[in-house]
Design a protein. Structure first.
Length: 471
């Protein structure tokens, strides 16, 4: 790989890695900063709305406590069996209820229950005679387990009666007992305030286009109007796990979750322990982190620009670095072709300039060495020619000696061959003579044997003759 390409790749990789790390770190830091800001903003909003809801509920509690105290004062002025008088004179208590209810815009209906839980007076006649004795809140108030009550009652018998067919309608109730001499005389109940709570929660100031605030009960069902869905009350259930608690200040932890609309949101939950409700504040994650996305896009475009500048700079730097190297390369090729007069040195003060001057010195040394080698080669060729001539003369003499030796060897071979022929002829003659001698010897042996046989026969005859002569 060429230096220009290496330089380009190195600068590109360095810029890319540095930019990527910077972008990731910057995005992470921005995410943390924005998340902290969003968390603080949502926590502040949740606390503010929760406090506003508390004030609204406290206002109704104060109103109903005033009514209860007035009822107690009124009862104190009555003859024994006072509430029985009130039952007979419902106009008086109705006027009292209407007076308090009219002074509180959020109160829609006001009821008065006797000690048995029967509605004996109300701002609306449809409630008269309703038996609320099995209402859990009435039992707790009558037993003195609590002084006041405020909360949703749509699932109670009274709530079901009030809502009728609209059983899923959120119904807010405030109740307080009134007593004479410590004995329960009745319970005052205010119905209403849902609209005011919805006005509190539907105010989306500072929450952008995707944020909203709503109340959920202990079961997680929405109690106030939704910004994005019309039929959300008591129909939409929200999981506040990890975001609600049993005491004030609990649950103020920013969580990322999926809303009832199916979108990713950031959520803060502020519990209202006195009612069992939870104030839920949400904001769309995309909108919350829009500054981070914008910053990321800007950083990515900046990274792209830096990469382009880096590429341009890399090309310029690589050219500046490789131009003298290319010149050295071309000069080296000229030297390789035998052009020893090619100048390789430059006036540059950097390492490449030093390298070029070193190349120039090396070329001069090579030229000098080449000249010395050429002279030595010429003298060597002269010596080689002289030596060749001497070797040729010696070779001729050697060839002549070889020829003479071959001729001598040939004459010797011919003499040897002639001698062998003579030996063969003499050998054949000796063989024939030996054969003749052997035949003569054989004949002599036969003659000697015959003579010996004759001598034996003569000896026998002589012996026989002597024997005959003696006899």
């Amino acid at each position: 790989m060429k230096i220009r390409q290496k330089t380009l790749i190195v600068i590109f990789v360095v810029v890319l890695v540095t930019g990527a790390v910077t972008t990731i770190v910057g995005r992470t830091i921005a995410m943390n900063i924005v998340e902290d800001e969003i968390s603080d903003h949502l926590v502040t909003t949740a606390q503010s709305r929760a406090q506003t809801v508390r004030l609204a509920l406290e206002s109704q509690q104060q109103g109903i406590e005033i009514l209860a105290r007035e009822a107690e004062a009124y009862m104190a002025t009555m003859q024994p069996g006072g509430l029985g008088f009130l039952v007979k004179d419902r106009l008086v208590v109705s006027v009292l209820l209407n007076g308090i209810a009219s002074s509180m815009e959020q109160v829609r209906d006001a009821l008065c229950l006797d000690q048995n839980g029967i509605v004996v007076a109300a701002t609306s006649e449809r409630f008269l005679g309703f038996d609320a004795s099995d209402w859990e809140v009435f039992s707790e108030l009558s037993k003195g387990n609590r002084n006041t009550f405020v909360g949703d009652i749509q699932d109670s018998p009274l709530g079901e009666f009030v809502n009728g067919e609209a059983a899923s309608e959120f119904l807010l109730a405030t109740a307080a007992p009134f007593r004479t001499a410590g004995d329960l005389e009745g319970v005052v109940v205010f119905l209403g305030g849902e609209k005011e709570l919805s006005e509190i929660t539907t105010d989306v100031t500072g929450l952008g286009k995707t944020g909203e605030v709503y109340l959920v009960n202990s079961d997680g069902f929405m109690l106030t109007e939704s910004r994005f869905r019309e039929d959300a009350i008591m129909q939409v259930k929200t999981d506040t796990a990890g975001g609600s608690g049993d005491s004030e200040g609990a649950g103020q932890e920013l969580i990322s979750t999926t809303s009832y609309m199916g979108s990713k949101v950031l959520r803060i939950c502020e519990p209202l322990p006195e009612t069992g409700w939870t104030v839920v504040v949400e904001m769309g994650s995309s909108e919350a982190f829009a500054p981070v996305s914008t910053l990321t896009r800007v950083m990515l475009w900046s990274l792209l620009g830096v990469l382009l500048l880096g590429v341009v700079a890399a090309i310029g730097i690589s050219k500046a670095l490789t131009r003298p190297i290319v010149r050295l390369h071309r000069g080296a090729e000229e030297v390789m072709r035998g052009n020893w007069d090619c100048s390789l040195s430059t006036s540059a003060k950097d390492e490449i300039g030093e390298l070029s001057r070193a190349f120039g010195k090396m070329t001069a040394n090579l030229k000098r060495s080449h000249e010395e080698l050429r002279h030595y080669s010429e003298s060597l060729e002269t010596k080689v020619e002289e030596r060749t001539r001497a070797l040729a003369t010696a070779n001729e003499e050697l060839n002549r000696e070889i020829i003479e030796r071959k001729q001598a060897e040939k004459a010797l071979q011919e003499a040897h061959d002639e001698l062998e022929m003579r030996v063969l002829e003499r050998t054949e003659q000796l063989a024939e003579t030996n054969a003749i001698l052997e035949e003569e010897i054989m004949e002599r042996k036969r003659a000697e044997e015959e003579a010996l046989q004759r001598n034996r026969e003569l000896a026998a005859l002589n012996a026989l003759a002597q024997t005959i002569n003696q006899s």
